[in-house]
Design a protein around this ligand. Sequence first.
Ligand SMILES: NC(=O)c1ccc[n+]([C@@H]2O[C@H](COP(=O)([O-])OP(=O)(O)OC[C@H]3O[C@@H](n4cnc5c(N)ncnc54)[C@H](O)[C@@H]3O)[C@@H](O)[C@H]2O)c1
Ligand SMILES: [Zn+2]
Length: 1573
Amino acid sequence: MSTIEKVSILGAETIHVGYGIQDHIVEVVINTKASSTYVIITDTNMGRTEPFSKLTQLFASKLKELRPESRLLQYQVSPGENNKSRETKAAVEDYLLQQGCTRDTVILAVGGGVIGDMIGFVAATFMRGVRYVQVPTTLLSMVDSSVGGKTAIDTPLGKNFVGAFYQPEYVFADVSFLKTLPTRQFINGMAEVVKTAAIWNEEEFTRLENFSKKFLEVVTAKVPDIESIKHELVKTVLESIRVKAEVVSSDEKETGLRNLLNFGHTIGHAIEAVLTPEALHGECVSVGMIKEAELARYLGILSQVAVARLSKCLVAYGLPVTIDDKEFLKKVGNKRHYVQLDTLLKKMAIDKKNDGSKIRCVLLESIGRCYQLKAHQISKQDLGFVLTDEVLVHPFKDQSLKSSTVIIPPGSKSISNRALILASLGKGTVRIKNLLHSDDTKHMLDAVTALGGAKITTEDNGETIVVEGNGGNFIATNEQLYLGNAGTASRFLTSVATLVKPNKNSLDDVILTGNARMQQRPIGPLVDALRANGSQVQYLNNEGSLPLVIKAGSGLKGGRIELAATISSQYVSSILMCAPYAEEEVTLKLVGGKPISVLYIDMTIAMMKSFGIEVKQSLTEEYTYIIPKGTYQNPQEYVIESDASSATYPLAFAALTGTSCTVPNIGSSSLQGDARFAVDVLKPMGCIVEQSATSTTVTGPPLGHLKPLPHVDMEPMTDAFLTASVVAAVAYDGKNSTAITGIANQRVKECDRIAAMVNELAKFGVKAHELPDGIEIQGVKLEQLVNPSTEKRGIKSYDDHRVAMSFSLLAGLCNQPVLIQERSCTGKTWPGWWDTLHSQFNIQLDGYELPFDADDSSLLIDKHANGDKSIIVIGMRAAGKSTLSKWMATFLGFKFLDLDDVFEQRVGTDIRTFIKQYGWEEFRSKEAAIAKEIFTEKSRGYVISTGGGIVEGEDARNTLKDYTKQGGIVLHLHRDLDETVVFLSADTTRPAYVNEIKDVWIRRENWYHECSNYHFYSSHCDNELEFKHLRNSFISYIKTITGLQVSELSRKRSAAVSLTFKDLNDVAEHLEEIAVGSEAIELRVDSLNKYSKTFVADQTATLRKYVNLPIIYTIRTESQGGLFPDHEVEQLEELLLLGIKLGVEYLDLQSNYPNSLIEKILERKAFTRIIISHYDNTGVLKWTNVEWKNKYNQAVSYGADIVKLVGTATSFQDNLDLEVFRSAANLKPLIAINRGEQGKLSRVLNTVFTPVTHDLIPKQSTNGSSGLLSINQINKAYAEIGGFTQKKFWIVGKPVDHSRSPNLHNAGYKKLNIPYTFDRFETDDASLAVKKLIHEDKNFGGLAVTMPLKLDIIKHVDELSEAAQLIGAVNTVIRSSNDPNKLYGDNTDWVGITTSFARHGVPNIENSNVNGLVVGGGGTSRAAVYALHDMGCKIIYMINRTSSKIREIKESFPADYNIQILETIEQVEAAASVSLVVSCVPADKPVDETLLNKLERFLYHGSTTKNGGFTPTLIEAAYKPRLTPVMRIAHEKYQWSVIPGVEMLVNQGERQFQLHTGFTPPYRVIHDAVVAE
Ligand SMILES: NC(=O)c1ccc[n+]([C@@H]2O[C@H](COP(=O)([O-])OP(=O)(O)OC[C@H]3O[C@@H](n4cnc5c(N)ncnc54)[C@H](O)[C@@H]3O)[C@@H](O)[C@H]2O)c1
Ligand SMILES: [Zn+2]
């Protein structure tokens, strides 16, 4: 047994810590806590683990041995916070009672905090309190929840709201239990560990900083080897427990000291309350700690270094430090926008740790120490500031400004970097102060430590870095030196690495490497110079970039070194600093002209002098330096000069406010260019500047007396131009403006700074304009300064620290508070800027939150619609790329581009000739290059069709993949291979590779899949009509994948028929019939007889061809009652992704799929809706069990659009329980049913997408289908039990005895088995109909209204649809959905027209130039105009026998309908051609000659132009006779496609049926009922 450490709490040593101490636990409990009954309670996760089994087995055998008379009981509850509930507590208590447990019972709670808290609470109240022992098994519970005796359960209104203080007999923290703890839980626990050290124990904090790397390595490994860090872990747990026990002992009931443990929790809890359960406690506390630390910094209590240190440590343990952390966001997904300031403040106010509405936080004073030993009351204003990223700067003049201030801005970055290198090359100990902590310094510190060059420690809580230099003796290490993206570090260390000596194990390489970006940054000129000087340096990957291998011991020879210094002065500094250690004295000559940034070279030389080495400049040669041999002698102390660019802000503050400000460590001797700002800019503008060698003081003139600077060249201090600009904005003398030049480089910084200044200055009413290399600013009088509007979102920072800091100054000169966005961007160089403004300059700042922008669709849907981004089409030759691409281009209003054409244009010959001349390889590489160019050049508004072989080349494949990665659509068009072969064989003009097509396909198939993110399979078309259907289904597919159409989620009753066929092609002709009554159709992919991608794609195409319903794509695995093998996870993933590529409307994901799989699918899902399902086949899980609630909540938190839960009924009661469950689950639409014969009722009562079957679907095709009902059976049963009330529908008008509406509707009711009736009511009196049918009959369902009542009825309805208003007639009346006492009138005649056109293959014409014609001037003509406009006709022509009526129609429609009335034949001749005609003239008498003449001209032109790419189509409004004279002429004489009037009747009836009943009618059935007559 390993050693056991005991910690005492409240006076007793009851906390025992160790590794693998199960024996000890068992012995101590049994020996010291005598009882008749021991109960071990855990959760089912823990119950499965090895350390747990070991514990229970040992317990059982020991008990038998020591107390044979006692019994051991075991109970397991479901895991998770959801179960920390009253229900579960009750279940545990019931169990204990049933088992006859009495007051002497001892309970062992083995598990995480959930188990500890809840079982602790059970123990506290069971029999008024029984003894209990905690065995925490998560890191969090070991270090936190198990210590201190707080127990609790959650209620729906809040976490931990009900509980008690109740101390356990013992706490056994056995670290070996952590072996099975999931990584995320492990990391979660570290938040509390870091917290405890941060408030109490700096030494432990330092140890934790050093342990982080190893910790993260181990816990994130595929198979974590916890044993390998057991000592560190035990220590970690122990130290944390010690602190907590100490604090608790002095303050058990949390009245004072114990509050300190809540550091990070005030804000953390509020965040957790919003983001639970997606975010874990520790993660939220981690973010909370940083926010609370920033609060302390803001209040002037905590230093920036300490905040940075805390943040760095948390990050090193894999914890988030901001809500916008990428990994963290992935977990909380679209809940991010719930985290709003108001919400957080409310949550904080009700946190029970806060009393009343006062919010308290623990303030850190330094790492390891709190500011006073209590929590402090914090103002909402201060909290608001730290919790938001927008800031309102209040007017400076309202505040009590100090007349003088001393500010030390953060250290200079360049000086910090140099100081570190020199100190580690030097001999002796130096204390470096005011170091700027950046990536560069961090990587340099790590690297010199790894090379043994220096010992580095910190003092003053991290404020001082102590470097103990080793005189330049570096020893090779087998650790690669990783430098991230730290540019300066990589350059400085490359030269340093040449000084490294081999180590004793004759290891003689030093490897410098960095991240991907770093591996592209140049370092060539430096390496060349070093190589030329005898150093052995090699590139590992890319020539000219890191990683580098540097041979240790090869040294620097010295002598004359030449270096091109026109690229980077850092190369020069790098060699200069190492030069004293060369074998011979170095003469460094900079070649290639004037070196850039000479100031930085001077800075290096000056600093070398401070470290004891004096460089001489050659007197004879230009740009040549002589560096003597020697060793740097570290000074005792080196204070890093503050950053001179940063210093411009406080100095400008003084200038603008008429106060004084001193920066005590920058003066005239400074080598930083920006140090001249005060003298060269502020002084001539009217400030008093006093500068010594090392200090600068600026005093501003009285308010309003700054003078413009007609011209200043800021080339030596470009970064300071922004500060100068805001000062110039209020420098006014009535004549001059300020022109700043020499700053062209500022256009390519974090943003185009010149443009940014011009834009934002304008918001203050200050005119400025760009100069070729600068900016000119027209200063204004102070009182003319305009307040930038907060509503218009104030001032933008462009994520640029300098923009933000500059404008924070100008903001204060306004009369009103000014909003500055993204304030945290100042973190790049001065994270504490705002704190300085607040606590040193006394400026009032407020947090501000931009209003949540509900129009920002990215917050509502997970993926942006494609917009006008170009779409790339790939696929085999003859797959229909050109045709379908053109359809798509027409529909989207994009241009079509064929890449092959582009190729031929560019090379000037056709492809075949090109290949003959240059060969395939050249062709492919040229093709790839052109593709790459075109995809960028034509990235918007194009459909780009590619050559079939484009996927053959790797470059082209990468280009395609990159396109998808950037969110673009690459669509793979796929057609049956046999058809392709037939097609190509028939085409003799193509090269003769026909025989090899199959091989080609086999070779390319995977490439096509790999390179595309969408996939459309064109099904085989036998005839023209099928071809039209293909077009419709393709366009509908395009709408789905581009996000133009997102399937609507409705909660009304609907059914989804489940197709469990092996191959849909076998039943293709029955599919329409099978789908009758369903609102969606489920494709059970698992029941297909092949799982190949091609086959599955073909199945969806078949389905789409025959049924126009959303597809639910389901792969049910064997364990959930389906046919798909559970272990084929890879294939499962492929097929699920295929579903998304195929653009299915719904995808079913089983909750038992691996997490990573679910997450991946959710990430890729685009516009497909997700159903998350869970099946229980055992029947063991009753609906009263909280487990179902967990499953539901879990699915919701994953982001399911619909949740599907399927239980198994073993008794009728199961259905009733299910209904109770259903009524409580209303977060997301729920499909919940019971399988089994006894579960049928649940299918009848389910609302959304009830799974149904059909007589034509084989019964036994899958197991688990028992209890399935057809839609007819369900509706019948639902009616029988009173679910549907009887409803009556009528056709009213006169005459109505020939109306076919009753046939149509009644046939539909019958087919669907709904208990409605539809009758005739003949009258020409609208009031009578309303009185009799509606007012006097409570069963009234709806009216179909015909002549002559379509207008009269309007005055009786309360609401009108837009169509009814514009058409000016009502043909359908129902009760209003808002208020059943009101009536709603609609007109469905126009739908009859649009649907008929669509069913006849007229494509969507919204973006093409198609015109329409309406013949006639009656009521139907009005509907026709509405219909043609709705379809997208650009011009609607109207002709009639007489014009007066159509004039009236034209008048009554909006002008954008573009109705044109043609009266003369000449006008008709001059008109554009039309492709759609609606004929609304009576068909029972001959058509007027002249009218017919006009019509025929349209018919003639229409058939010759074929505008819109489809056969022009005419619809006849009259439905008798079936073939009217107009139809005959149109079809026979002009080859128009014609639609008989009866179709229109059926199609309008279909919509009417829907409005009346809420159900989609069976189309075929109602159609036949009308036509059959
Ligand atoms: N009483 C207190 O002072 C106090 C303090 C902090 C937190 N808490 C409470 O603690 C709870 C959180 O505790 P937690 O973080 O331990 O969560 P938890 O108990 O839910 O455990 C996390 C997950 O890990 C599983 N698990 C636990 N031990 C495991 C192991 N060794 N191997 C594999 N899986 C294991 C659990 O089944 C669970 O799924 C919260 O309810 C919180 O309110 C209480
Ligand atoms: Zn906590």
